[in-house]
Design a protein around this ligand. Structure first.
Ligand code: NAD
Length: 262
């Protein structure tokens, strides 16, 4: 018996980075998975097959755009239809845009708020009723150190992630006397495509090698000077899905190499 045998999880934004790390960690505990996120069809087919083969679990895929509420509701229905239920919802899909607030493109503000904040509301709204019916569920929102503190030029991202931490607390309170829990994980820098773009932009802007831009990025914020790994975020997600974590409710847990201790 593995810890999550028989359970079904949706992990949004799981075709890359942290979401894929979380999907792998949950599958390794026996959980059936609905993958979501963008990518070429052959790459997604390979991910599905690999997860299913390595862990002997059912793996489905839904390409719902997390900026589209009706597609999010349809994704929850798809998971319930194909995999039978939704026990675990990991709201992970996220995007970034970096610009001073007075130059921030309106369309980018709307997109970051839609994908990083509103999508979690729509997914929770659609998935929570069946969790309450069975009196068991786990909702894990992937926020950020930027859900707890700010940085310049990230107005939309910081607003969305602070909002996500707030949403987490409300859902935790509304479910406090049930078997459903809701928590947020707040990672510091994790080496993924989302951060690689910021490193590459910094290297170009400052005219320095990529390795130096990477060191500077860590030195600025993360006292450990090491990246957090998707595997570490996956392991914490598995713990939050355990019975040992049943009384962790409404928490925003930093995994940030000391970033927010400063
Ligand atoms: P990533 O770019 O590697 O992966 C993002 C995933 O989201 C991909 O699967 C992508 O296809 C999907 N996605 C993007 N827009 C989508 C949309 N509209 N609909 C559906 N899927 C969409 O990024 P990552 O670094 O793994 O980030 C994952 C989450 O972790 C994000 O919420 C991010 O804000 C958060 N986070 C990342 C870091 C970091 O340092 N990488 C730190 C703190 C928090």
């Amino acid at each position: 018996m593995r810890a999550l045998d028989g359970k079904v999880a949706i992990v949004t934004g799981s075709t890359s980075g942290i979401g894929l790390g979380i999907a792998r960690a949950l599958a390794a505990q026996g959980c059936a998975i609905l993958l979501n996120g963008f990518g070429e069809a052959p790459m997604i087919a390979r991910l599905r097959d690999r997860l299913a083969d390595e862990h002997g679990v059912r793996v489905a895929y839904d390409g719902a755009d997390m900026a589209r509420p009706e597609q999010i509701a349809a994704m929850i229905e798809h998971a319930t239809g194909e995999l039978g239920r939704v026990d675990i919802l990991v709201n992970n899909a996220g995007i970034q845009h970096v610009a001073p607030v007075h130059e921030f493109p309106l369309e980018r503000w709307d997109a970051v708020i839609a994908v990083n904040l509103s999508a979690a509301f729509h997914a929770i709204r659609a998935a929570l009723p069946q969790m309450l019916e069975r009196n068991w569920g786990r909702i894990v929102n992937i926020a950020s150190a930027h859900g707890l503190v700010a940085s310049v030029h990230k107005s939309a991202y910081v607003a969305a992630k602070h909002g996500l931490v707030g949403l987490t607390k409300v859902v935790a309170l509304e479910t406090a006397r049930t078997g459903v829990t809701c928590n947020a994980i707040c990672p510091g820098w994790v080496s993924t495509p989302l951060v690689q773009k910021q490193i590459d932009d910094r290297a170009a802007r400052e005219g320095v090698p990529v390795a130096e831009a990477k060191r500077a990025l860590l030195a600025e914020k993360q006292p450990s000077q090491e990246f957090v790994t998707p595997e570490q975020i996956g392991a914490l997600t598995v713990f939050l899905c355990s019975e040992a974590a049943a009384q962790i409710r409404g928490a925003a847990l930093p995994v940030d190499g000391g970033w927010t201790a400063q």
